[in-house]
Design a protein around this ligand. Structure first.
Ligand SMILES: Cc1cc2nc3c(=O)[nH]c(=O)nc-3n(C[C@H](O)[C@H](O)[C@H](O)COP(=O)(O)O)c2cc1C
Length: 172
């Protein structure tokens, strides 16, 4: 049977909660992308984090990943992240620079406060080397698109369940 990994990066835990729910509904394993230098999780320090992330973005930095990202044995890899400055956090670029997605079906998902996917799903498809990403006939990319505030509003999870199962039926 196809094995699924839900790989995610999260600072304030919204993406983390969504990843947990996807893992629950798909029976997949969870793996957090842990930064070598942790980000400040205190929401009261949001402005500082915003400035820090902006500098990473503007300097095209590649923040190091602390843990090993081992995709062996997985057929489908969900990749989840928050929107930061209208794109994904720079650590996701580090992921694509260092991890080979050959032979995997990649399914991006995100959380945000208005930017939806900001074009990042397309970038994921381009950057995930070797992946068979972007099967648009499946429901999952549409499911994640614009539904990612899901972590703050659990009602749409019925849609998530439905579309995730549909996706797995089509792809396993
Ligand atoms: C540094 C930073 C930049 C952000 N930039 C955006 C943005 O450009 N567009 C948007 O919709 N939300 C933006 N947000 C909001 C986050 O995407 C949103 O709160 C997300 O759910 C946080 O995910 P997390 O709880 O998993 O860390 C930003 C948040 C932070 C901390």
């Amino acid at each position: 049977m196809a094995k699924t990994l839900i790989l995610y990066f999260s600072v304030y835990d919204s993406t983390h909660h969504l990843a947990e729910e996807i893992a629950r509904q798909t029976g997949g394993d969870l793996l957090e992308i842990e930064p070598l230098i942790p980000y400040d999780k205190n929401r009261d320090h949001y402005d500082a984090l915003a400035a820090y992330a902006k500098k990473e973005h503007d300097e095209d930095q590649r923040p190091a990943i602390k843990n090993t990202i081992d995709l062996s044995g997985y057929d489908t890899v969900f990749i989840g992240y928050p929107m930061w400055w209208y794109t994904f956090p720079m650590i996701i670029y580090t992921l694509f620079d260092t991890v080979n997605f050959s032979g995997k079906t990649v399914v991006p998902f995100n959380t945000h406060m208005g930017s939806r996917d900001g074009g990042t799903y397309k970038t994921v498809r381009e950057k995930a080397r070797g992946a068979t990403a972007g099967k648009r006939r499946s429901g999952v990319p549409r499911l994640t698109y614009g539904r990612s505030a899901i972590a703050d509003c659990f009602a749409p999870l019925h849609t998530l369940a439905h579309l995730t199962h549909k996706y797995l039926e089509e792809n396993s």
